[in-house]
Design a protein around this ligand. Structure first.
Ligand code: G3P
Length: 219
């Protein structure tokens, strides 16, 4: 399972890069807006930080022709860029053409099994179902991870399932259990999910017991 950081914050990406656990980054207009920097420069800096990582960058144009042109320009920002396009019917023909043109795509804002099937048929690289936003409308977002996984495996599609809109550790667990190829995790949730109170308590107890031995040098 690959772990992507769902953020455009360079400091956080640098910190987590050191762990060797991060396989990429997903940005979107909200993440880039939060950083308040020139978006092209920010994306290039992220791509340079993780040269072997997958860096998703979303189109912001709305008209199909403009989306196509912007996607081609975004793809040229760095070798490891993946272009994010919302899963909207108006863009299906643009997505089909970009796949033919060899542009790696991450189709975002996926909320249904049929949307996922259509994108897999077009041969896109990633599909990003938004778990949290389905929960927001009282639909079980996790269920969609399982049904998309089943569909991709049943029909032998190579498209990768990228679990997105992750709101808590329970979503992280569910993405693992559902067999997601990738999860993209906000920094705060990754911090929370990678720690456990019993680990902290266990370290403290070992330390307390070890100090009773009074050994100054070991080994
Ligand atoms: O990668 C998509 C993610 O950033 C959206 O998350 O919490 O705004 O639904 P959220």
């Amino acid at each position: 399972m690959k772990i992507f950081l769902d953020s455009a914050n360079l400091k956080a990406i640098k910190e987590w890069k050191e762990t060797g656990l991060i396989d990429g980054v997903t940005t979107n207009p909200t993440h880039l807006s939060k950083e308040g920097k020139d978006p092209s420069a920010q994306v290039k800096a992220i791509a340079k930080l993780l040269p072997k990582g997958s860096i998703s960058v979303e189109v912001t144009e709305k008209k199909p022709d403009a989306v196509y042109k912007q996607a081609m320009a975004i793809a040229k920002l760095a070798r490891n860029i993946v272009v994010k396009i919302p899963c909207h019917k108006d863009y299906y023909h643009v997505i089909a053409q970009l796949v033919k043109d060899g542009v790696k795509l991450n189709i975002t804002l996926v909320f249904s099994l049929v949307q996922a099937l259509m994108m897999a048929k077009l041969g896109v690289h990633y599909i990003s179902p938004f778990v949290g936003r389905l929960d927001d409308i009282d639909v079980e977002g996790v269920d969609l991870l399982y049904t998309i996984r089943h569909m991709l495996d049943e029909y032998g599609f190579e498209t990768q399932l990228l679990a997105a809109s992750i709101r808590g550790v329970e979503h992280f667990h569910a993405a693992i259990m559902a067999g997601s190829d990738v999860i993209t995790v906000p920094i705060a949730i990754l911090e929370k999910a990678s720690q456990h109170v019993l680990t902290d308590q266990g370290i403290a107890k070992f330390d307390k017991d070890w100090k009773k031995l009074g050994v100054r040098k070991f080994p």
